[in-house]
Write a protein that binds this ligand. Structure first.
Ligand SMILES: CC(C)(COP(=O)(O)OP(=O)(O)OC[C@H]1O[C@@H](n2cnc3c(N)ncnc32)[C@H](O)[C@@H]1OP(=O)(O)O)[C@@H](O)C(=O)NCCC(=O)NCCS
Length: 254
């Protein structure tokens, strides 16, 4: 398996992966399948290096197994130093470290860019995505409730954030900071894109807060209320129990 910057000829493989989630999953809030032609401008916007990049994982035959991007967060100019990260893997290649490999490469590639924050949105429930983001030092910020309607029901979306570069586990642990990855897996170095020298002392106080394992109360809800979709008189699927409670999700809370 190789992880490398995306090329235009990767677009068919990228689109196949993405359309699976567009059609069948709330992981993407797009509802109409995209075509390769639709994605050419998107590709160009991620192909110049800089803040917005596309990385792919491919097998030895060149088949695309997954991809990850950093993209603009919001269009207004002052948001330019914030990027939103996304990652999608083939359904037959989940939970084998692909997402980790993609984020490692992507975040390393942007480590010298003029980026202050990386943010990520996760439609709930999605334990794998939460696990991935926590293992890269993303801090849960909050949950927007019922902000998307897809597949016959409304979905909550959790937002996560992290600085572009995390302090090293070595430095963090000597200062008593438990990073999510370090707390789960023990040995330093589980933060795959950490820059040992990049966190000046002045930033560490902020990093300490960002890496704090405490979760907002809203992340600990057990059972969302069953709800009815408005406006079209149709009943939503019964709400599934949240998998974001402490009992069911490994999110680095120890
Ligand atoms: C989310 C996704 C990108 C993660 O990639 P992946 O290759 O499956 O994940 P990895 O194997 O690299 O594991 C990443 C972390 O998540 C954890 N994790 C993976 N699957 C998990 C699961 N089902 N439940 C709980 N944690 C899980 C892993 O333990 C790992 O943490 P660790 O390194 O601290 O042990 C992938 O599952 C995917 O493409 N899902 C569908 C699309 C999607 O939801 N994309 C994200 C949109 S926000």
């Amino acid at each position: 398996m190789h992880v490398r910057p995306g090329r235009e000829r990767d677009l068919p493989g990228i689109v196949v992966i993405y359309n699976h989630y567009v059609r069948r999953s709330p992981a993407s809030f797009e509802v109409l399948a995209v075509g390769v032609e639709d994605r050419r401008d998107w590709f160009e916007a991620h192909a110049q290096g800089g803040r917005h990049q596309l990385w792919v994982a491919a097998d030895d035959r060149g088949r695309i197994l997954g991809w990850a991007t950093t993209s603009p967060f919001r269009p207004r100019a002052a948001y330019a130093t914030t990027v939103e990260s996304s990652v999608y893997c083939r359904t037959d290649s989940l939970h084998r470290g692909l997402g980790t490999a993609l984020y490692s490469a992507l975040f390393h590639a942007i480590r010298d860019e003029d980026i202050e924050r990386i943010v990520a949105a996760v439609t709930l429930p999605n334990p794998a995505s939460i696990g991935l983001h926590r293992s890269f030092g993303f801090r849960p910020v909050g949950v927007f409730t019922r902000v998307g309607r897809k597949l016959g029901r409304y979905w909550d979306v959790a937002w996560f954030e992290r600085p572009r570069v995390l302090p090293s586990v070595r430095n963090a642990s000597t200062e008593g900071v438990r990073t999510p990855a370090a707390s789960r897996s023990g040995p330093p170095g589980r933060h795959r894109d950490i820059d040992d020298d990049a966190a000046p002392d002045a930033e560490r106080e902020t990093e300490r807060e960002l890496l704090d394992d405490r979760l907002p109360d809203s992340f600990l809800r057990e059972e969302p209320e069953p709800t009815r979709a408005r406006g079209r008189g149709r009943r939503e699927a019964p709400a599934r129990p949240s998998t974001l409670g402490r009992r069911t999700v490994r999110i680095g809370t120890g």
